[in-house]
Design a protein around this ligand. Structure first.
Ligand code: JFZ
Length: 305
């Protein structure tokens, strides 16, 4: 691995943040329980989802508190959802109005705030970006037109926020008639983002998860086995059972378990990207902050950070 990935290879531990308008449902629509997939899995009409998103008001989002929480736990980087499968942009994109500023009227730019707080604290910031997009009809009707808009959004993100990392997802999306994302799409997108920022690290879901796609592999919720892969690796994991916020999900892993997972991954040369899903207000739940706090306490006591 070259100089681009050096910080990533040394980081070992990062914070994933799943945050979007789905948080407003708090994991439930009628009797249907789902979280960041709630629109699709619970068959919510777009009219309902859009009306709910318009009420999204994360006024208690505190970038500095989140960065301190990460730092305290020993995390070296943060990856936040800039756009999940619902297509909702968490920054004021000029590409469409399906974004936090134009749709909900919340005037703060949370990605900017997080970038500034992270930079001030020596923490790297990356963005999750879903290739799959349920909201834009062109994803199914005119995929090349969709890709043009996706590139325009990524140009905004990379140019305006200078992320250290891009975490792609949804390259596996099923649509009509087949998954449209090809190896060529991935190679083209990788060239595109690297032309803007040669330093940006990307996961292999930018393409089709071949060894040549992006900078590192992403075995989800799994503990990387030994021997270590030929590729850099990062496993992402939830603290409880869900990525986005669900009021009913209180099945938190213990700090002991989390430290054990982190140590196991580190011993195989893999990173752990441990997720939090803030509440619709933007505040982090007591259960998740306690788990991170416990990890940090263990690190401080045992000198592993
Ligand atoms: C995706 C998303 O659908 C999910 O909502 C969450 O954001 C997660 C981090 O990523 O889900 C996946 C992606 C890849 C696999 C499984 C679920 N996988 O490779 O097995």
């Amino acid at each position: 691995s070259g100089t681009r990935t050096r910080w990533f290879d040394e980081a070992r531990f990062g914070m994933f943040i799943h945050f979007g308008p789905y948080a407003v449902y708090q994991g439930q629509y009628g009797t249907c329980r789902e979280v960041e997939w709630i629109k699709r899995q619970c068959n919510i009409p777009w009219s309902d989802y859009e009306a709910k998103a318009a009420t999204f008001n994360p006024s208690s989002f505190n970038a500095n508190a989140i960065v301190q929480m990460a730092k305290q736990a020993g995390q070296k980087y943060i990856v936040i959802t800039s756009k999940h499968h619902d297509g909702f942009a968490m920054w004021p994109t000029r590409v469409n109005r399906w974004n936090l500023r134009d749709h909900s009227g919340f005037s703060r730019d949370l990605l900017r705030e997080l970038k500034d707080a992270a930079t001030a604290n020596g923490i790297k910031l990356g963005f999750y970006y879903s290739i799959w997009d349920w909201h834009d009809p062109d994803f199914v009707a005119n995929f090349p037109a969709y890709v043009t808009k996706m590139k325009a959004q990524l140009q905004e993100l990379v140019t305006n926020y200078d992320p250290a990392l891009l975490w792609f997802d949804g390259e596996w999306a099923e649509t009509n008639p087949t998954n449209p994302w090809s190896e060529q799409n991935g190679e083209d997108l990788e060239r595109f983002v690297r032309a803007i920022s040669p330093q940006v690290v990307t996961n292999n879901r930018i393409g089709k998860r071949r060894l040549v796609d992006g900078d590192y592999g992403t075995p989800e919720q799994a503990l990387a086995g030994s021997p270590p892969s030929a590729q850099l690796q990062e496993t992402c994991m939830t603290i409880n059972n869900t990525w986005g916020y669900a009021a009913w999900d209180t099945n938190f892993k213990s700090p002991t378990q989390l430290v054990r997972d982190l140590a196991h991954l580190a011993s195989n040369g893999a990173n752990l990207l441990l997720n939090i899903g803030p509440m619709p207000t933007g505040a982090v739940s007591a259960g998740q902050s306690a788990a991170l706090n416990g990890v940090g306490t263990w690190m401080a006591t045992n000198g592993a950070a």
